[in-house]
Design a protein around this ligand. Sequence first.
Ligand code: NAP
Length: 342
Amino acid sequence: MINREWHLLSRPVGWPKPEDFALVEAEVPTPGEGQVLVRNKYLSVDPYMRGRMSAAKSYVAPFELGKVMQGGAVGEVVESRAEGIAAGDHVLHFLGWREYAVVDAKNAVKVGPTAVPALKVESGDVPLSAYLGVLGMTGLTAYAGLLRTASFKEGDAVFVSGAAGAVGSQVGQIAKLKGASRVIGSAGSDEKVKLLVDEYGFDAAFNYKNGPVSEQLRAAAPDGIDVYFDNVGGDHLEAAIGSLNQGGRIAVCGMISVYNNTEPAPGPRNLARLIQTRGRIEGFLVGDHYDLQPQFVQEVAPWVASGALKYRETVVEGVENTLEAFLGVLRGDNIGKMVVKL
Ligand SMILES: NC(=O)c1ccc[n+]([C@@H]2O[C@H](COP(=O)([O-])OP(=O)(O)OC[C@H]3O[C@@H](n4cnc5c(N)ncnc54)[C@H](OP(=O)(O)O)[C@@H]3O)[C@@H](O)[C@H]2O)c1
């Protein structure tokens, strides 16, 4: 059997180019003791993968040149040599960017209704792809960043950028469900802006490409904001500092506007406002908050099952289109979580 897998050939400078990557055919590997062979069904493509393509020192090691890349994936176990996991089980693991993976059982998490009882709520189970998004890494990022890092409390006015994406759409809805006084989102198209208000229940939203972010934010949040959940950086961050209320909190989740920069981007020019407002700005990594996972699933899964929390996915078909799907995330082609269906 042939396994198709994506290799990184050279480290992209600026926007990644197709020649930096190759789709390579290899033998399907055989599981050893304590391992399972998984046929991946959904692959995750995420903005942070851009960082792993460069050699810069970071919180996670760079992808190795000439080797298969990695990322979140869910699939079906086709052969098991591990106790507690059987052929036919579905597992979440970290060996994406390929069709088949041999995974150490300790790195495979069983998913599905029997593995996550909280999901057996009213409408039953959610699709497997949800474990990469709304009930997976991006969902936990939204939950932990809003509730823990930004110390969200009832009555806060919340601004979130990248609001039609996987993390951002969940931040805004969790804030609403937990009693935010006002939720404002920004996104890169009028279609996304409409979705935020009409489907996700945001109080206001704007297209950051239609005019200066600071002006659009002031108009959307005339009484200022208490929380900014930053997915974008750049002028969004400066605008949020400019609209921050007393005791405001900024959770820095991502800065996608600078990921392909070849020169360092200038910082916000108004940082001194943090003194007046006693504001706090703090970065966070979802990896430090997995202790919240059970609480997250217990609270969010019923919202998903009942439809109180809505989510979209952009699904690209075929392992051969994984790179294009990844580039699409950087371009903003996606609404909600971008996944690749195999
Ligand atoms: N700290 C952590 O542990 C952690 C974990 C997961 C994700 N993140 C970060 O969270 C952010 C969102 O991730 P996600 O997985 O949910 O991705 P996503 O929001 O689903 O997709 C990325 C979105 O970013 C927007 N974008 C691209 N370039 C932009 C620019 N120059 N200015 C403004 N928006 C731009 C695009 O939407 P538009 O059409 O709106 O431009 C695109 O759809 C990313 O910054 C990511 O790195 C951090």
